[in-house]
Write a protein that binds this ligand. Structure first.
Ligand code: PHE
Length: 457
């Protein structure tokens, strides 16, 4: 297999490959976005579509992206120059860089809320099970422009510092140690939540589907969430793929990451929905759902405040793993494309750009609430532009390229590590799905979701 950039710094160990990739996938998407979107779109039916989207589209795109990145050993844009004949494919990479900016613009805002909640939890400001009080605390936080911006910029500074430390040292070390602890913490919250008197109602909401809730928009949202969750369709996994070791089993790593990621999301759902129904929160409360219900769960248990602080600290750390991988897309690109651009310089440039793009997202809950583009405030605009348009479109192109243009023989060679893995059946199944199923599904869902087709009558 060609490996043009042998001097490239990469993930040092096999475990490092897995944990760094998982560190990118697991983040606010599981703990914050998955529960609130499931709540907004009616529960179990949405969950089911999300799982289907993950299996039939998410996983194949993830494998394709890592495969291409590892083959070219390059960043999200230059990879296309190395694998594709036409330069036009570099536009897919460019759209990924735009998506990375759009995501970071709102992601850093929400990460700032999490850091803010660490402080609020330690001061005892969150010890309440009363929905009105919890809503008041959350509302006051997000609508305060100066403190929100200060937290967002603080988050940007922190992530930049880790990035400047380099790929292997910075990313691997941070993620390897902390993921397992977050997992255990989530299990603790689930146990508490499941023992609440009205836990059954929450579980029914999450697990017994009402198919009348399915609309074209909900399906597009579920697909977008699958892309957002696995950090795919915008070059993150391509860039990470370029740091993969040659002996890593790509389909296996991707499947493990997908399963672990799904487990974390389900745990977050099990932690949150019983509490929603028990204390009378609104399932469709939107972006504030996590920030209102989790404190209620902890407030009703012994040593709750201590656990609450630990929970938000760990969530904050999970956001860092995801943000590192988002930063990595433009940073790797600038470092390798611009003349004399060190990692340090690229990181600082990206951070400043993000600091500016992030302002209107952060102010969407305060002074800029009424400023709309396409009927959405900036926060939702960045979110929907990335998850519902740029990532699915990028994913579609990635499937088409890996399935039809890259060459089936080359795919087989790469995914079997030059025939050393004996995973022929897995590769055939992958090729079947990535050639026919995934592209068709993405196309139909996008056309339908954007109102250009009407699948649901
Ligand atoms: N997957 C991350 C999460 O769930 C978000 C993310 C999206 C990270 C795209 C990188 C790229 O929080």
């Amino acid at each position: 297999m060609a490996a043009p950039h042998c001097d490239r710094e990469g993930f040092a160990t096999k475990l490092g490959v897995l944990t760094a990739t998982l560190g990118s996938a697991v983040g606010l998407g599981n703990i914050w976005k998955f529960p609130y979107m499931t709540g907004e779109h009616g529960g179990a039916a949405f969950l089911l579509i999300y799982i289907l989207a993950t299996l039939l589209v998410g996983l194949p795109v993830m494998i394709s992206e890592i495969l291409l990145g590892r083959y070219a050993r390059s960043n999200a844009i230059s990879t296309w120059r190395k694998v594709a004949r036409s330069k036009a494919w570099m536009l897919v990479g460019a759209s990924g860089v735009v998506a990375a900016f759009a995501i970071m613009a709102f992601y850093t805002d929400v990460a700032g809320w999490v850091f803010n909640y660490v402080i609020k939890a330690s001061m005892g400001d969150l010890n309440t099970t009363d929905p009105a009080v919890a809503e008041g605390v959350f509302g006051a936080m997000v609508s305060n422009p100066w403190s929100s911006l200060a937290f967002q910029w603080g988050v940007l500074a922190l992530v930049s510092t880790i990035i400047i430390g380099g790929v292997t040292k910075g990313i691997e070390k941070t993620t390897k140690t902390l993921m397992p602890i977050l997992f255990v913490m989530l299990v603790v919250v689930c146990i508490r939540s499941l023992t609440l008197p009205k836990a059954g109602e929450g579980l029914a909401f999450l697990f017994s589907p009402d198919f009348s809730k399915i609309t074209g928009e909900a399906v597009l949202m579920a697909l977008g969430l699958a892309f957002f969750k696995l950090s795919i369709g915008m070059g993150t996994m391509m860039t990470y793929g370029s740091y993969f070791r040659q002996d890593a089993n790509v389909p296996l790593v991707a499947t493990r990451v997908m399963l672990a990621d799904l487990t974390v999301s389900l745990l977050a759902g099990i932690a949150i929905f019983p509490a929603v129904f028990n204390y009378g929160f609104e399932a469709a409360a939107g972006p504030g759902l996590l920030f209102m219900t989790i404190p209620a769960v902890f407030s009703s248990m012994p040593m709750g405040q201590l656990f609450m602080v630990v929970f938000f600290v760990l969530t904050a750390i999970a956001t860092i793993g995801a943000m590192l991988s988002l930063f990595e897309v433009p940073v790797a690109f600038f470092t390798e494309t611009l003349k004399d651009c060190s990692r340090r310089k690229a990181t600082i440039l990206v951070a400043i750009g993000l600091g500016l793009c992030g302002v209107p997202a952060t102010l969407s809950f305060g002074p800029m609430a009424d400023v709309k583009i396409f009927g959405l405030n900036f926060f939702d605009f960045y979110d929907q532009l990335s998850s519902n348009i740029l990532m699915p479109a990028g994913g579609l192109m990635i499937c088409l390229f890996a399935g039809w243009l890259f060459g089936q023989e080359k795919v087989k060679e790469c995914l079997s590590n030059n025939n050393s893995l004996h995973n022929g059946a897995v590769i055939s199944l992958f090729l079947l799905i990535v050639r026919y199923v995934s592209p068709l599904l993405v196309l139909l869902v996008m056309l339908n979701g954007l109102g250009l087709l009407d699948l649901f009558g």
